[in-house]
Write a protein that binds this ligand. Structure first.
Ligand SMILES: [Zn+2]
Length: 162
């Protein structure tokens, strides 16, 4: 049996249209201008290209809501983005850098109407995120998955069926 018959997944950063607005000075989820800091090269993963923001590069710090509409499950929280424009993550089905660097990752399944699918949330080794997501997608109840930091709870990326 080849892997071609199995569900595959894709890893999605924040949509480029929204990122470009934020990089151009648009207000964040809290209605505030994103803050600017300088990366020291460690622990500043960009949620657009899904790569680490290099030492000395400028970082936007802002509040982001990874849901289209406000509703009780639509959490918002702090994230980092490159201050300068960056290329959207090119998904090749492999675990992105910003998940790999976490060590552990929190995965949580959401339904098509953007509610938490209770019982699906779990902490996994970051290198196992892809296989765990594939297992989670065996449930029809899960429309998409959010990956988050286990230590800071920051939104890391969205995972969908490929
Ligand atoms: Zn970036």
């Amino acid at each position: 049996m080849s892997d071609q018959n199995k569900t595959q997944v894709r890893f999605l950063g924040i949509p480029s249209e929204h990122v470009k607005l934020l990089q151009s000075g648009a207000a964040d989820e809290n209605g505030q201008t994103p803050e600017n800091i300088t990366s020291d090269g460690s622990g500043y993963p960009c949620r657009h290209c899904l790569k680490e923001i290099a030492n000395e590069d400028e970082v936007l710090v802002l509040s982001y809501r990874p849901f289209e509409h406000k509703q009780p499950y639509a959490e918002s929280g702090p994230i980092f983005l490159h201050s300068e424009s960056c290329e959207s993550h090119h998904d090749n089905g492999e675990i992105p850098d910003n998940i790999r660097s976490q060590g552990n990752t929190l995965l949580r399944g959401y339904s098509a109407d953007n509610r938490i699918v209770y019982g699906t949330g779990k902490t996994v080794k970051s290198e196992a995120v892809k296989q765990e997501a594939i297992k989670m997608f065996e449930s029809d109840k899960i429309a998409y998955i959010h990956a988050r930091s286990t230590t800071n709870n920051c939104f890391t990326c969205r995972i969908e069926r490929a």
